[in-house]
Design a binder for this molecule. Structure first.
Ligand SMILES: [Mn+2]
Length: 390
């Protein structure tokens, strides 16, 4: 067992904040990984890094009033249960609440679970660590904002490179290669999520990772990318014409998405909530789709949802879909929060999938777009794509 050593102030501060909201009868027992619900292997739990600053697998930590311990290699520690007992020593009988990440999958840590049962005598309560950390993680510190900005910058730069390298008759994965090359050139090898390069109607598939189709002239390509820079995620989407020039019909739909995105971003400031943003985007998309009469559509939001099929955005931080509440009463925006705004319109029959996504930091007086450098105004996209041909 090794005591937590040199820590940046942020990690110490977080544990201090945590102790302010828990009682003497509470202990936090957290593992570096948890079993994924979808994948076959264990995933690193960002809560663990958030509290300890340690980002390697196989570790665990215990936190309670007056005590903190970080075990960096659980395997080397011959019996971590014994270590926990030692950690709790005289306090063990007082413990009423354990906050942990073992709950996500009951089979994940049978040793710990059986230990808890042994000491349980029905008066322990095991609660989800997410509930404890959710509110704290929604607001980013200056240290975190700096890392988020750098992460956003690398993703933005890679998006610009993708626009410059885009040309008809290459495969989607060739554009992916340019993007990943640029990430790695920036010393970022960990993706926040698999690269999405979706041309034509593939743009209508929400999580399209196949990236194996030929880019055809006169189609659009939707690119959605993000990396992890020192554990912090970025997430940006742009949709642009493969041959460098929008057709009239593409522009028509593109402008609706762009307008919805710009107007929604304008609303972001302290005091606003997700409902306002979702509503703003839906109203614009509903109204404008009805106006252009490309197809018969009644002017209702329910109809709009057939084309704008997902939420307006999400929290972003250590996870690309970061921990945080979406309830309107508990998630009123305050400075330091970072979210994405990503309206989209998907019309399969027209082979069109358009999404424009930026990351936005809530500031004292309004907001700051962290991914603004990648062009999204059609004339600016076309200009950039023309330049590459010079
Ligand atoms: Mn996103």
């Amino acid at each position: 067992m090794r005591l937590g050593q040199i820590d940046s102030n942020d990690f110490v501060e977080r544990r201090k904040n945590l102790l302010n909201i828990i009682n003497d009868n509470t202990v936090i027992i957290i593992f570096s990984e948890q079993k994924s619900k979808i994948l076959k292997y264990n995933l690193f739990d960002s809560n663990f890094y958030y509290l300890t600053g340690h980002s390697r697998n196989n570790a665990m930590a215990c936190i309670m009033h007056g005590k903190y311990v970080l075990i960096k290699n659980k395997q080397k520690c011959h019996n971590f249960i014994l270590e926990i007992e030692k950690f709790l020593n005289d306090k063990v009988s007082n413990i009423k609440i354990i906050y942990s990440n073992i709950l996500h999958d009951g089979n994940f840590n049978p040793t710990l679970l059986s230990w808890i049962k042994k000491f349980n005598k029905n008066h322990y309560q095991i609660l989800n660590i997410n509930d404890l950390l959710q509110e704290m993680r929604m607001t980013k510190s200056i240290f975190e904002i700096k890392k988020m900005k750098k992460s956003a910058l690398i993703a933005t730069n890679s998006m610009i490179k993708a626009m410059c390298k885009c040309t008809p008759n290459i495969y989607e994965y060739e554009l992916e290669a340019e993007i990943v090359y640029n990430f790695i050139k920036h010393r970022c090898r960990e993706l926040a999520f698999p690269v999405i390069v979706a041309s034509g109607s593939n743009g209508c598939i929400l999580h399209y990772f196949k990236n194996d189709k030929l880019l055809r002239s006169y189609n659009l390509v939707l690119v959605d990318i993000g990396i992890k820079y020192e554990n912090y995620c970025s997430d940006i989407s742009r949709t642009f014409p493969i041959n460098g020039k929008f057709t009239k019909q593409q522009r028509c739909i593109y402008d609706i998405v762009l307008n919805a995105q710009l107007e929604t971003i304008k609303k972001i400031k302290p005091g606003v909530n997700w409902y306002t943003l979702q509503n703003t985007a839906e109203e614009i998309i509903t109204e404008e789709l009805a106006k252009i009469k490309l197809f018969r559509i009644n002017n209702t939001k329910e109809n709009c949802k057939k084309f704008f099929t997902h939420k307006i955005g999400h929290w972003i931080g250590l996870d690309v879909h970061d921990l945080g509440s979406y309830k309107n009463d508990s998630s009123v925006f305050t400075p330091g929060m970072i979210l994405t705004i990503e309206p989209g319109i998907y019309i399969k029959t027209m082979g069109l999938g358009i999404r424009i996504e930026d990351e936005i930091l809530v500031t004292q007086n309004g907001h700051l777009v962290l991914t603004n450098e990648a062009p999204k105004i059609p004339s600016e996209i076309e200009k950039l794509m023309r330049l590459k041909n010079l």
